[in-house]
Write a protein that binds this ligand. Sequence first.
Ligand SMILES: NC(=O)c1ccc[n+]([C@@H]2O[C@H](COP(=O)([O-])OP(=O)(O)OC[C@H]3O[C@@H](n4cnc5c(N)ncnc54)[C@H](O)[C@@H]3O)[C@@H](O)[C@H]2O)c1
Ligand SMILES: C[C@@H](O)[C@H](N)C(=O)O
Length: 349
Amino acid sequence: MLNRSRQILSEPLRLQCCRYLASDQKPTPPRTLITGSLGQLGLTLAKEMRSRYGRERVVCTDIRKPPKIVLQSGPYRYANILNKSGLEEILVEHRIDQVVHFSALLSAIGEQNVTLALQVNIEGFHNIIDLCKIHELKLFCPSTIGAFGPETPKNPTPDLTLQRPKTIYGVSKVYMELLGEYYHHRYGLDFRSARFPGIISATTPGGGTTDYAVQIFYDAIESGHHECFLEPNTRLPMMYISDCIQSVVQMMECPAEELTQRTYNIAAFSFTPAEIVAEVQKYVPLTVEYKVDKTRQKIASTWPEVLEDKNARKDWGWDPQYTLEKMVPYMLQKVKSQLHSEQVIKDLF
Ligand SMILES: NC(=O)c1ccc[n+]([C@@H]2O[C@H](COP(=O)([O-])OP(=O)(O)OC[C@H]3O[C@@H](n4cnc5c(N)ncnc54)[C@H](O)[C@@H]3O)[C@@H](O)[C@H]2O)c1
Ligand SMILES: C[C@@H](O)[C@H](N)C(=O)O
């Protein structure tokens, strides 16, 4: 895993990473805290970071009871991001150097509970960013294609453009981007953010508009039939989990002077439901029925089709490895193992 990760980094970044990997060289690897680590992305990132920096140097947190295997794999702490002093205690006790802030309510679930989304996505972020400022910690918080709206150019969508999202999720992410950049400008906080496409992994997602693109693999393996909640021609940017995790590591390890901006679009590939169905059908029999969910379709219709990521490629060597065609057989294999032997959670550690 470690070799693979290093292979795909650009030359300057690879040299930077080697500084963490060679035990006789300085500086020592960072101590990292991940919030919302039991969601779709957190444990995969924890596994990658632990392989690079050491098991005890990555502290997973969330408000949910973790599976036993998570407890066995390294430090895990209960941390509600709405409890600022509780968070501070953990940051101080573990002598944390950097935070990856994943806790959030995603687009579809946010529309079902706007008050809670405001609390988690905005108040929670206030707590995190203030603590990072006080304790001089580096902060990564992902943004999303959901930070754009219907007025945004859809194809391609540049880094700097109109952002008038129509979900509370999108509004809170634009606020997060702006506040992070303000704290960087005003206080020198080392804030970094990448706008993720919909992420596809065998770990199931937590209430987003792009979730169909994970569910389709479970349906293909379990029943051979998928009910799709988006229209067949809805094109959205997507990315495989391995590339997503690489983007976090690469961006966090990039020397500050190489970043020309603090929020970057990142892209891998885009597809429509009809296109992913056709790709899955190359490997397994699959029928599909389009039962469109009006709320999620309305959200998807306001999002970009293709993100422009030339600045991320130029500044910190962003170079995704997975295409739709390469990802589909991997996903089918992962989901099959997950269903038959809970292998995916084991794979994480
Ligand atoms: N998954 C994607 O497709 C995607 C795409 C773009 C951006 N992102 C961003 O990446 C981050 C991680 O996404 P994810 O898919 O893992 O999300 P997820 O919904 O799967 O997980 C979020 C986690 O936050 C935790 N959480 C909720 N309330 C909390 C609270 N009060 N205190 C602490 N933790 C709390 C939940 O328990 C959950 O484990 C989010 O910020 C999301 O906006 C994700
Ligand atoms: C796109 C992303 O932010 C998330 N998967 C959602 O659909 O809400």
